[in-house]
Design a binder for this molecule. Sequence first.
Ligand SMILES: [Zn+2]
Length: 123
Amino acid sequence: MPTFASAITCIDGRVLPPLIDFARDRYGVDAVDVVTEPGVDATVPELVDDLTRRLAPSIDKHGSHDVVLAGHEDCAGNPVDEATHRQHLARSAAALSTALGPEVDVLAVYIHLDGTVDVLDGG
Ligand SMILES: [Zn+2]
């Protein structure tokens, strides 16, 4: 039975490979299920019901217990500076964690275009 983690990230294809590598390494899983939405690090509080529904197969059928929420450098969907991305990520991770409940851990990360993945404080 393959093991899974989950990720919620922007649609930007540049950050998918480093995000998937990061999550596979961190959680030791075989695969990472990905939900994409433009600039999602800023919009989780408004979209949390939809995102939770889209994550449900990953959690309920694939048995994922870990969700990585990613923001990234040079984001067309959320064109703000890094400090603001980090503020958005903290707020969005908190909203997602509340929605998903105590069985699922949420980790916020910021991805640089060189592929570096920074784990935010509290992650
Ligand atoms: Zn983006």
